[in-house]
Design a binder for this molecule. Structure first.
Ligand code: GLC
Length: 746
């Protein structure tokens, strides 16, 4: 501590007389860059390289493990950051080595995958996105940062902002679904939640926009697979959430594993230097994904690891996660002139700048406060936020004959392998979340509400496997109930990284269990716990109600009970389309019309773009979700022609026509009828989530401008074109256009 402050006093003195400033970040002179430069000027080549090295501490396994002698590396300044390490005790031990045992005493960053909570776990991001509640998503990220920073973490590898349209891909669970506009707003909200408005505060942490870029478009939904697309599609669909994260001030980016148009993202100068650091003037730093630098050899893009390091540094990668390549080879590469020291300096400057922003040079131990650790972790306020987030994330997919909400005087049977689950319920990427009893199962949620013995229970079967020996007991239990609630779904490990599936049915013998229980004639409510859209056509035709609960997190059991008993009227809306069949994937609402659209008007026309025996439409569309009440819409526009200087005012009078208060996500979709790039059949352009009391009407007003109608033309210019448009405002994307307007030149 004394070493660094003396050193820093010296460099601060240097700054005051130095007129040297690095112009970046839109030309704004940045004192942090000057501070970073002042430290940089004191560093040896070895010390510079040390700052570009990130190693796992091995406390959590999030990828293939490599050399783990990280403590040795710490002592000689060969490591600038550690991940998968937390608790104040452990991180203080590591920080002390870096600050007190090395020549310059430069503090460490501590990174971790705090994706949807740290100890208090919130619904998986795909679930949370279904709340369409940006304030809520910012708040849960804020809580996550508060808890993580209380345990010594100052950098999260989140938000994951990959647009995903293929439910075979397990990592669809980690993002915000299929829509670029909504995904961009959510990216910004999550960054603000993690980073707050003062990175030097001890409860804010660096965020990381990942995985840059287009990882969600992996061919055939197979993780790590090839991605190939036009630059127009890249800029239209996949880059905007990253730009939104950057506009929200995200401190770091993580490059993706995949190759993009033949160039691995880890060595992709176009993505990293041309767009991110050039066009977007990003002033944070780029970290690779886990050994993705080494993997350029397997990609066939680098002959060996040393060359992979040179490609990466020249392309704009600032930090090597777990690859050990920068540590082993960068000094030689600089000596050979294959990497310029100026590029290395820029990488180190970016990393040091973030350490200054975090306040680590003022106090390297600021995130290591044992008192905070006790106060912040899993406190009541955080648990209440988790319960609220879980409720608001759930999507009611079916509710025939108003079988829901349940009434307390009904005899309920809870049946299924996920009724008592406290392990899978917190989902994948659950960081330091506890899987051994902290989470509230559905069983416990019902116990709190109905008391011990207040309901019947049978497991029926496991999530996977072919054992049906529990069926008889389950059927008998169902027979004694008025209504059956079945909690079924996937193993949490069936989604997340390296978890692609070729069929997306409810696995194992759960479907057979549902059938056996349904054959008792009792009303059956399905509660789904899963991390991806599933194929549910048979279930949709068989059971009476379906509630999509996703992986609802630490308070999931209470939240399920709250929704099933109507304490909370479900308001979630899907942010991903649910297909009828896996063969429809990738599937998304804002698709192109093609030259032979299926709804060409002639139902007998054979030669149209369709499948034999399966409709093109999803089982449940983007933006869809039911409520225990209902809503009607009266929509009007204030003009039929608008100029680029105008705005079109779209007014929706939304009435709660039911007998129960509720929330509605009012969505505005627009269709550009003719454009110089084939336009999608519709695009979400605006939305607002509103609470409306039973019988009341709320007026929702959207202002549509020419800016909202822009797209990338053939020259990749973002433009609007005069012409005919149509729109509708509704509670989901599967509606007909009701209003037309024209954008005229003037
Ligand atoms: C993993 C994931 C990435 C994560 C990183 C560190 O492989 O791809 O999302 O942040 O490694 O755990």
């Amino acid at each position: 501590m004394k070493r660094i402050s003396a050193l820093f006093m010296l460099v601060s003195a240097l700054i005051s007389c130095s007129d040297k400033s690095v112009q970046r970040n839109n030309g704004k002179n940045n004192a942090y860059i000057q501070k970073a430069d002042s430290v940089l000027s004191l560093m040896t080549l070895d010390e510079k390289i040390g700052q570009t090295v990130l190693f796992t501490s091995g406390w959590d396994v999030t990828g293939p493990s490599m050399d783990e002698n990280y403590k040795e590396y710490l002592k000689n300044g060969s490591v600038g950051a550690v991940f998968n390490a937390f608790t104040t005790k452990y991180n203080r031990e590591l920080q002390k080595i870096a600050v007190e045992d090395t020549r310059l005493g430069i503090p460490l960053l501590f990174g971790y995958d705090v994706i949807h909570g740290h100890r208090t776990i919130f619904p998986i991001p795909l679930g949370e996105s279904a709340s369409w509640d940006l304030e809520l998503m910012e708040k849960t990220a804020r809580v996550a940062a508060t808890e993580a920073s209380a345990e010594g973490i100052n950098w999260t590898f989140a938000p994951m902002v990959d647009i995903a349209r293929d439910a075979r891909w397990g990592r669809i669970a980690e993002g915000a679904g299929e829509d670029t506009y909504l995904g961009s707003l959510i990216a910004g909200a999550r960054v603000k939640g993690f980073q707050g408005d003062d990175l030097s505060a001890n409860n804010t942490i660096l965020a990381c926009a990942k995985h840059y870029a287009a990882y969600g478009a992996a061919l055939a939904g197979r993780d790590y697979n090839t991605v190939d697309m036009s630059e127009n599609e890249l800029r239209t669909t996949y880059l905007p959430p990253f730009k939104a994260a950057l506009d929200a001030g995200v401190a770091t980016f993580m490059n993706a594993f995949n190759d993009l148009n033949g160039v691995p993202a880890t060595g992709n100068e176009f993505l990293l230097r041309d767009i991110l650091k050039g066009e977007w003037t990003f002033n944070g730093f780029v970290v690779t994904d886990y050994t993705s630098m080494n993997e350029m050899v397997a990609h066939g893009y680098a002959g060996d690891e040393k060359q992979a390091g040179e490609i990466a540094m020249n392309a704009g990668v600032d930090m090597d996660m777990q690859g050990g390549i920068y540590m082993k080879y960068l000094k030689e590469s600089v000596g050979e002139g294959k990497v310029s020291e100026a590029d290395l300096d820029d990488a180190v400057r970016r990393i040091l700048e973030m350490k200054f922003r975090l306040g680590l040079f003022d106090d390297p131990y600021r995130y290591l406060d044992e008192k905070r650790e006790k106060e912040e972790i899993l406190n009541d306020a955080h648990l209440e936020t988790a319960r609220d987030a879980a409720r608001k994330s759930m999507v009611l997919l079916k509710n025939e004959n108003r079988v829901l909400p349940l009434s307390p005087d009904q005899k309920v049977a809870l049946i299924g392998p996920l009724v008592k689950d406290e392990k899978n319920i917190i989902g994948n990427w659950a960081a330091a979340g506890d899987r051994n009893g902290t989470a509230v199962s559905v069983f416990e949620g019902f116990e709190e509400r109905l008391g011990e013995g207040g309901f019947l229970y049978a497991e029926g079967c496991k999530i996977t496997g072919g054992d049906t020996s529990g069926f008889a007991a389950a059927v008998a239990t169902a027979g004694k109930a008025d209504v059956v609630v079945m909690v079924v779904g996937e193993l949490e490990g069936m989604t997340g990284e390296a978890a692609s599936r070729t069929d997306i049915n409810i696995p194992g013998k759960q479907k057979a269990l549902i059938e056996a229980v349904k054959n008792t004639g009792k009303p059956v409510v399905l509660v789904l716990m899963n991390g991806r859209p599933l194929t549910l056509e048979w279930e949709n035709n068989t059971v009476d109600a379906i509630l999509e609960a996703w992986w609802p997190g630490t308070m999931g059991g209470h939240a399920v009970a709250d929704v099933l008993y109507g304490d909370y009227n479900p308001s979630g809306k899907l942010t991903v389309s649910f297909p009828r069949a896996v063969g429809q994937l990738p599937l998304f609402y804002n698709h192109k019309n093609t030259g032979r659209p299926i709804d060409s008007g002639d139902p007998d026309q054979k030669y149209v773009s369709r499948y034999l025996y399966t409709p093109n439409t999803p089982l449940y569309p983007f933006g869809y979700g039911l409520s225990y009440t209902s809503f009607s819409y009266e929509v009007s526009t204030d003009k039929e022609k608008m100029t680029p200087e105008d705005t079109l005012t779209v007014t929706a009078e939304v009435t709660n026509t039911g007998d129960r208060d509720g929330e509605e996500v009012v969505q505005l979709y627009v269709h550009d009828k003719v454009a110089s790039i084939t336009p999608p059949v519709k695009q979400l352009k605006k939305f607002e989530k509103v609470f409306i009391k039973a019988g009341e009407t709320k007026t929702v007003v959207f202002e549509l401008s020419a800016e909202d109608l822009k797209f990338y033309n053939r020259e990749l210019e973002r433009i609007y074109e005069p012409g005919e448009f149509e729109l509708f405002v509704a509670g989901d994307s599967d509606n007909s256009f009701t209003h037309a307007f024209e954008l005229v030149d003037k």
